[in-house]
Design a protein around this ligand. Structure first.
Ligand SMILES: Cc1cc2nc3c(=O)[nH]c(=O)nc-3n(C[C@H](O)[C@H](O)[C@H](O)COP(=O)(O)OP(=O)(O)OC[C@H]3O[C@@H](n4cnc5c(N)ncnc54)[C@H](O)[C@@H]3O)c2cc1C
Length: 428
């Protein structure tokens, strides 16, 4: 019998398992971390892995608290500035960290963080089972305080039967735990894929600036620094285009990426308006256009690949003795670099709920304890995701009045440092 079973040792599961064991407020629970895949291992090489993600300062702190961050050594790459600009106009945004020691985010390799999370869980005394897929999960119909055998969560691994007081689904977008618990999810398929690769580039300076460009038809390309002269490319585009990019020869792919970084698709009406009316904002001291000198890609260093993109939010995140976290509960478009960061936020919110329940003398596996987590997490994620969706729609449109409106909007935001501070703090 386990106190808690974390299903899935991706980016979220290992960290959740480690935090439960390290909690000073819970009675040292017996925790199992299990995954259908092999135990993640990682060797650092000169060229960074094809899959890298941006880790915000809040998540970095959590990873530090559970002992995972230090295992990454010097490999995380600090990013101090973000430049966002539009291929259809003069608008753009620049965010910059105020202090050298407080970067906006760190780029890290996905296999490295998964491995560090599992190693931290191992150090904390979590039991580990790999190549062990959870099957035949039976979630009880209700939480019963005066526990009967049938009130635990039952499951099988390799045809052996187990039970647990609490089951945590960190098992990704196709979560078996979510399905077994009957938790529904509202989802949207963008028919887009995220094309990814790691490249070498010149014109990067100290390579501490991330670039993101919104292109016509809803494409977004991000260049994320990850080494002195290396960038991780994430190009979100129609699925057919991503497949085409994957097939290109190196020279053609380099040319294609460099082209979209400089291409100007500003409608002629906007050029005219900008030419004749920009003296108005200038007269009150506003900067009316951004000149961006993006990096130039010179070499493709990694294999290329692409991942399906979509957005989803579970309508409920808990069931009797069961909760879901990370991509099992929500998925977002990668242009904001927040998917895993939202999952690590779940880890904090859930652990906080369990600890508060236990400190108040309530069974921390009870419905009362779990529903507090659900309430806070759903409110936070729903608000954030609707903001992201709005932004995505705003940049998807090519219609001239909308393009003009967003150019004016971004110009005002870019001139307002207080507003930009709010954006940065929300992303942290
Ligand atoms: C192109 C792209 C770029 C991204 N960039 C960023 C970024 O910059 N910043 C960011 O925060 N996020 C980013 N994300 C999102 C991020 O990758 C995901 O949010 C994150 O990987 C989710 O982690 P997870 O642990 O919830 O799920 P997963 O990583 O999917 O892990 C789930 C694990 O569960 C295991 N599993 C599944 N079913 C079972 C079962 N029945 N039994 C046992 N094990 C099981 C799987 O083997 C897997 O190991 C990006 C995503 C994409 C596609």
């Amino acid at each position: 019998m386990f106190d808690t079973v974390c299903v899935g040792a991706g980016l979220i599961g290992g960290v959740q398992a480690a935090l439960l064991r390290r909690s000073r407020h819970l009675p040292r629970p017996k925790v199992l971390l299990t995954d259908g895949a092999r135990r993640p291992t990682f060797k650092s090489t000169l060229t960074k892995n094809i899959r890298q993600i941006a880790v915000n300062p809040g998540s970095r702190q959590l990873l530090q608290d559970v002992g995972a961050w230090d295992k990454l050594g010097n490999s995380p790459w600090a990013v101090h500035k973000i430049t966002v600009w539009d291929a259809m106009g003069h608008g753009g945004l620049e965010f910059e960290s105020k202090h050298e020691e407080n970067p906006i985010f760190h780029m890290t390799e996905v296999p490295a963080i998964s491995a560090a999370g599992v190693d931290a869980a191992d150090d904390a005394g979590v039991e580990l089972m790999f190549e062990s897929k959870l099957q035949n999960i039976i979630v009880p119909n209700r939480f019963n305080q005066t526990i009967q055998d049938t009130d635990y969560v039952h499951f099988e691994i390799k045809e052996e039967k187990y039970e647990t007081r609490l089951l945590l689904g960190c098992d990704g977008a196709n979560s078996s735990v979510r399905k077994a618990a009957g938790l529904s999810s509202l989802s949207k398929n963008y028919d887009q894929r995220g094309f990814v690769c790691t490249v070498r580039a010149e014109n990067v300076g100290d390579n501490r600036t991330a670039f993101q460009r919104f292109l016509p038809s809803g494409d977004v390309i991000a260049l994320l620094p990850c080494e002195e002269d290396q960038l991780s490319i994430v190009w979100s585009c129609a699925s057919s285009k991503a497949k085409m990019l994957e097939k290109l020869e190196e020279a053609d792919l380099i040319a294609k990426i460099n082209e979209v970084l400089v291409i100007d698709r500003t409608p002629s009406l906007i050029k005219q308006i900008h030419g004749s009316l920009s003296f108005i904002p200038k007269s009150i001291g506003l900067k009316t256009e951004m000149t961006v000198d993006p990096p130039r890609i010179t070499e493709i260093l990694s294999p290329t690949g692409s991942f399906p993109l979509g957005s989803a939010l579970a309508t409920n995140m808990v069931a009797p003795r069961t909760a879901i976290l990370g991509d099992a509960a929500h998925r977002v478009h990668p242009f904001a670099g927040q998917g895993a960061n939202m999952g690590w936020r779940d880890v904090e919110l859930l652990t906080d709920s369990l600890e508060r329940a236990h400190l108040s003398g309530i069974d921390y596996t009870s419905h009362l304890s779990l529903s507090k987590y659900e309430k806070v997490a759903l409110i936070e994620h729903a608000a954030f995701m609707s903001g992201l969706e709005g932004l995505k729609q705003l940049y998807k449109t090519n219609s001239t009045p909308f393009v003009l409106a967003r150019n004016v909007g971004t110009m005002f935001v870019n001139n307002n440092s207080a507003l930009k501070d709010i954006f940065i703090s929300r992303a942290s």
